[in-house]
Design a protein around this ligand. Structure first.
Ligand code: ARG
Length: 480
């Protein structure tokens, strides 16, 4: 890969900086080190070269370069790319960023004609183009990662389709739900993330910045639509001043990543809680848990904890870029160079999450007995008893109060509602019918929630079938 952007002094034939005509004194090495972004933006190299290839072709087509000049530039760019692939591309101190590195090396290979590549272009529109090209590639991968997570959640839901667990509000036992319904709740969140990222691919990431030049456009007769087509963008951006200073697309990626991080961390949190001995709803596979160096009994959910913890970076990265952008005057300012680290970090963090989460989820073992026992403790079927009374014409508020008193009495004896006889129910209210015995059974309680989006097995099975069609039968999105 890259040797170092700080260590090697240039032996290039091109002297110093691109702007040296205006300067009488070389840059202070400390200033060079401080302003260099090469260590970070080096990962854009491939996209920088792709952008330059399209730009060159367009310049030739528009007769701004001769075909011969175009050929030499394209050949040179190809060699730079090959050197990079082979890990032989070395940086010099004067390469302040990846764009200057490519141009300097191109000059070494093909001579002065390399200088023509930058006709009708500025690093200001070049860097935005590179970043968008990079993000189009990475966002497509993120979409695939999100679909992988959903596929595993769906398979788990299918495998535990009719298992029952307590559902919680305020982390207090609330109503029984199907384990599959709980898994699908997390799946829904990830499917929204997937849509959000997909929309970016059709939205701001589908507009070509190149051609905005430094800030005002260019007098050269370029064809931006042609460059867009060559690079796979559907449209070109509308305003050159906006284009070079706009990083909304970065914010959109970062906010989508942060929202996705919220979802990852909420799922991770539940895995942490539910795998504790106190809950014991599920067991983490040993391959995805860690032990303690001192406490022999431990099986710690470190991966889930790190999924939860790393989502903090996703929030932080969004705030970083928002803060960089806030109050910046139009158009390009060097502050904008600070856009890349948060973007790269969020992309990496998400990709790591999508790499580890599916196999960890797939290896979970659910403990049916424990989850059903837990349903017997927190009275999650109390609403069913109240609804039973409502069906006999008792106003809901009154029914609520009656069942509240039943729960208090039963709790004192350490029993569940399913332990009461009809006679005992009737001591609290004469409207209780024999059907109450069945109505407070867990399977009945779950089955009764048949409203659209509810936890009844019939509803859940229908939702599973919909997701199955979407997740397993559609074409995967190809990265551009
Ligand atoms: N490295 C710079 C960045 O990432 C490239 C653009 C530099 N343009 C300039 N006029 N200094 O933003």
């Amino acid at each position: 890969m890259i040797a170092s952007n700080r260590t090697k002094t240039g032996k290039s034939k091109i002297p110093g900086k691109a702007w040296e005509g205006r300067f009488t004194k070389p840059a202070d090495p400390r200033a060079e080190d401080y302003t260099s972004s090469l260590a970070v933006d080096f990962r854009l190299l491939e996209y920088d070269i792709r952008g330059s290839i399209a730009h060159t072709r367009m310049l030739v087509q528009c007769r701004i370069l001769t075909p011969g000049e175009g050929r030499r530039i394209l050949k040179g760019l190809d060699q730079v790319f090959k050197e990079w692939k082979a890990g032989r591309l070395e940086a010099c101190r004067q390469d302040e960023d990846v764009h200057m590195l490519v141009e300097r090396r191109l000059h070494e290979i093909i001579g002065a004609v390399a200088g023509k590549l930058h006709t009708a272009r500025s690093r200001n529109d070049q860097v935005v183009t590179d970043l968008k090209l990079y993000l189009r590639h990475e966002v497509a991968k993120i979409v695939q990662g999100l679909s992988g997570v959903q596929q595993v959640l769906l398979k788990l839901a299918e495998r535990h389709i009719q298992w029952i667990m307590p559902g919680y509000t305020h982390l207090q036992s609330a109503q029984p739900v199907l384990v599959s319904h709980w898994l699908l709740a997390h799946l829904e969140a990830f499917s929204r993330d997937e849509k959000r990222f997909q929309q970016l691919l059709k939205g701001s990431l589908d507009e070509l910045p190149l051609g905005a030049a430094a800030l005002a456009g260019t007098g050269h007769p370029i064809d931006r639509k042609m460059t867009a087509k060559l690079l796979g963008f559907s449209r070109v951006t509308a305003n050159s001043m906006d284009t070079v200073g706009d990083r909304d697309f970065g914010l959109e990626v970062l906010s989508s990543a942060a929202i996705c991080g919220v979802h990852l961390s909420r799922l991770a949190e539940e895995l942490v809680i539910f795998s504790s001995v106190e809950y014991n709803f599920l067991t983490l596979d040993q391959g995805f848990a860690t032990g303690s160096s001192i406490m022999p009994q431990k099986r710690n959910p470190d991966i889930a904890e790190l999924l939860r913890g790393r989502s903090g970076r996703l929030n932080g990265n969004l705030v970083t870029l928002l803060t960089v952008l806030k109050g910046l005057p139009l158009t390009y300012n060097r502050d904008l160079q600070e856009d890349k680290e948060p973007v790269f970090d969020s992309v990496d963090t998400l990709k790591q999450s999508f790499f580890i989460l599916p196999p960890m989820l797939a290896s979970l073992r659910f403990n049916q007995t424990r989850m059903e026992q837990a349903c017997g403790r927190g009275f999650p079927n109390a609403t069913e008893a109240a609804d039973h009374l409502v069906r006999q014409g008792v106003p809901f508020r009154e029914a609520h109060a009656v069942v509240g008193r039943v729960v208090t009495a039963v709790a004192q004896k350490g029993l569940g509602l399913e332990n009461l006889s009809l006679a005992e129910w009737r001591k609290f209210h004469p409207a209780f019918q024999p059907g109450i015995i069945q109505d407070v059974k867990l399977s009945r309680a779950v089955g009764a929630k048949s409203s659209q989006g509810g936890t009844s097995p019939a509803r859940v099975r229908a939702v599973v079938a919909q997701h199955r069609r979407r997740l397993f039968k559609r074409k995967t999105i190809k990265s551009k």
